[in-house]
Design a protein around this ligand. Structure first.
Ligand SMILES: O=C(O)/C=C/C(=O)CC(=O)C(=O)O
Ligand SMILES: [Mg+2]
Length: 221
């Protein structure tokens, strides 16, 4: 039987990489008492981290401090290696609103011990994503207001113009280290205001008047 062709607007079904950029907003680096980076900080989430609206974000059983991080996601449409900054936007198929859910207490312990952030960042449901936003719906990805509310109270609000490393820079930088493939997602970092969520909280996030999404937080059963 022939398998049906994959639809890139359902990028989360492709099983491809989620490459995350950390500390890409100076105000966020400072709120967690980190130096402002001179090179991108990268980490990965597996495709099992994806969760879509209608399903909950599950708190990992080993954390008592789960944080929200609202981020702009870039969906790769054309793969490549050693992509130049000048050609980088040709590799972008579109965008998505994303949350980089982070077990902050676990991340702090990993940092203390010099261990990788996998337990803190890569657990199932750690990457809630919106519907796909076609590239032509966003005129300038470096001038977008992204925001997040918890139970109707505003927690995060920032403009993508404050990113330290631009999208073309990130695509070029990443593609020199990790080959980019169709369906990959790049999370571009979070603005300030990251904070805890607890069981039964409702997170609502948006990009200007372009898209919004809601997720409930649940405990692992
Ligand atoms: O270094 C830390 O304490 C925390 C860094 C992050 O979690 C980085 C991000 O994921 C981000 O800036 O979006
Ligand atoms: Mg993040």
């Amino acid at each position: 039987m022939m398998s049906s062709p994959k639809n890139l607007s359902k990028f989360w079904e492709w099983g491809r990489k989620i490459i995350c950029v950390g500390r890409n907003y100076a105000e966020h680096a400072k709120e967690l008492k980190n130096a402002v980076p001179t090179e991108p900080v990268l980490f990965l989430k597996p495709p099992t981290a994806y969760v879509k609206e209608g399903s909950p974000v599950i708190m990992p059983y080993y954390s008592n401090n789960l944080h929200h991080e609202v981020e702009l996601g870039v969906v790769i449409g054309k793969g490549g290696r050693n992509i130049s900054q000048a050609c980088a936007m040709e590799h972008v198929h579109g965008y998505a609103l994303c949350l980089d859910m982070t077990a902050r207490d676990v991340q702090d312990k990993c940092k203390e011990k010099g261990l990788p952030w996998t337990l803190a960042k890569a657990f199932d449901t750690s990457c809630p994503v919106s519907d796909f936003i076609p590239k032509d719906k966003i005129q300038d990805p470096h001038n977008l207001n992204i925001w997040l509310k918890v139970n109707d109270s505003l927690r995060q609000e920032g403009n993508t113009s404050a990113m330290i490393f631009s999208i073309p820079f990130l695509i070029s930088y990443i593609s020199k280290i990790i080959s980019l493939e169709e369906g990959d997602l790049i999370l571009t970092g979070t603005p300030k205001g990251v904070a805890s969520v607890k069981e039964d909280d409702e997170m609502m996030a948006g990009i200007d008047n372009i898209i919004s999404m809601k997720f409930k937080v649940e405990k692992q059963s």
